[in-house]
Design a protein around this ligand. Structure first.
Ligand code: NAD
Ligand code: TDX
Length: 360
């Protein structure tokens, strides 16, 4: 296959039909809702394997005539080829749907504790799955945006003002982060070697609706809602750089539609907080004593601090986070979990059993 020009300056991509992988997961589902609300002209196909982390009900409320859900695995090359090779089609009421012209790739195994217990599914989905998608978009000349994480850069010390930039060296410390780093390398190499029109974004820790109860913030909220103690790893001094998931979705849209091909953009909202401070805030917002939690074992090799310098995307693409009042966003997240018990209650007991086995 002939290499496409690697130096297209700015590709103003106006997608008409996006394939969203992992669209039944936390950020993917929020992205589907966000696009439906903000870009009603776009049609979406979701490809999701519905692992323990994916839920069809996360897409409830989306206009059924504006998206198709496909239950399948990104590692299934035949299925991916079949989806991307489709010519345009029609909705059930006869309206034309353009062929898929962009892929936004969220699908991944995403939880560090799971990767520590068993890294192999992370290599399969995050590395092999990304390679399968890259081969298919290469064949069909389709725009590809890869969703990655700040964890590929390793961690920072607690007491320095340093932040990650697009030039920070890759230094992943955990099996999950290493699998995401590998996928980033694949994406860059498919750009350089084959001219596949790609962009990458590396985002900090997200929070908001539809996040699985295994993750830090929803775990604490749902522990308190179900009468379990909140659980803090180690002394809780580790720092994460939090961003409201809607701000991440808007940033992904900015990179997809206005990003420069082959480039990486860091996405963050200057939301650094220690785990201890976040937990105390959740406890206080939920009317509990701020000391009312248990310390549990930390992860082996735990990362200390993540912090992102997002000035490139702000400067070059004009994206700025809108939901930066952390306490207000935490209160909204608590209210969402309190009013959507039917969405998470079935996962709760099994998640806690698995944590108990891991000593967390
Ligand atoms: P998630 O675990 O909530 O969702 C992942 C989704 O992918 C699920 O719906 C799951 O069913 C699906 N999936 C898993 N394996 C699949 C496969 N083989 N084929 C098809 N679908 C599959 O994850 P998330 O938190 O929404 O993360 C989404 C993406 O964003 C990931 O790539 C993650 O690395 C990245 N990211 C997450 C955060 C965060 O804070 N959650 C931060 C930065 C980057
Ligand atoms: O019960 C808990 N108590 C606790 O103190 C849990 C589940 C976690 N923690 C700590 C561990 C981390 O220092 O909270 C911090 C955040 O943990 P997670 O929510 O598991 O997130 P993290 O490991 O930082 O990774 C997240 O951000 C980067 C996402 O899960 C990744 O997918 C993303 O790439």
């Amino acid at each position: 296959m002939q290499s496409q020009n690697q130096h297209v300056p700015y590709d103003l991509c106006k997608p008409q039909h996006i394939l969203v992988t992992g669209g039944a997961g936390f950020i993917g589902a929020n992205f589907v809702h966000w696009v439906m609300k903000n870009h009603p002209e776009v049609y979406i196909t979701v490809l999701d394997a519905l692992t323990y982390a994916g839920r069809r009900s996360s897409l409830k409320g989306c206009d059924e005539s504006r998206y198709t859900f496909i239950h399948g695995d990104i590692c299934d090359a035949q299925l991916v080829e079949q989806i991307l090779a489709q010519p345009g089609k029609r909705t059930y009421d006869g309206r034309p749907i353009a062929p898929i012209d962009a892929v936004v790739h969220f699908a991944a195994e995403s939880h560090n504790d799971n990767a520590i217990a068993d890294p192999m599914p992370f290599l399969q989905t995050n590395v092999t799955g990304t390679a399968v998608l890259l081969q298919a978009v290469r064949k069909h000349h389709i725009r590809f945006h890869h969703i990655s994480t700040d964890e590929v850069y390793g961690d920072l010390s607690l007491d320095s003002p340093e932040k990650f930039t697009e030039h920070s060296p890759y230094r992943p410390s955990s099996p999950y982060a290493a699998s995401k780093a590998a996928s980033d390398h694949l994406v860059r190499s498919w750009f350089r070697t084959y001219g596949v029109p790609v962009t990458i974004s590396n985002c900090s820790n997200n929070f908001g609706p539809y996040q699985h109860v295994e993750k830090f913030i929803p775990r604490q909220i749902t522990n308190i809602l179900t009468g379990r103690p909140a659980k803090l790893y180690g002394a809780g001094l580790a720092v994460r750089d939090w961003i409201a998931v809607d701000d991440h979705c808007a940033a992904v849209w900015a990179v997809l539609t206005r990003g420069k091909l082959g480039e990486t953009y860091l996405i963050g909202a200057n939301g650094e907080h220690s785990n201890l401070d976040v937990l105390r805030l959740i406890l206080t917002c939920m009317g509990k004593d701020e000391h009312d939690f248990e310390h549990v074992a930390d992860r082996p090799g735990a990362d200390r601090r993540y912090a992102l310098d997002a000035s490139k995307i702000e400067r070059e693409l004009g994206w700025h986070p809108q939901h930066t009042q952390f306490e207000e966003q935490i209160e909204r997240t608590i209210a969402w979990y309190a009013s959507h018990q039917e969405w998470w209650i079935h996962d709760k007991a099994a998640t806690e059993r698995s944590y108990q086995l891991q000593g967390h």
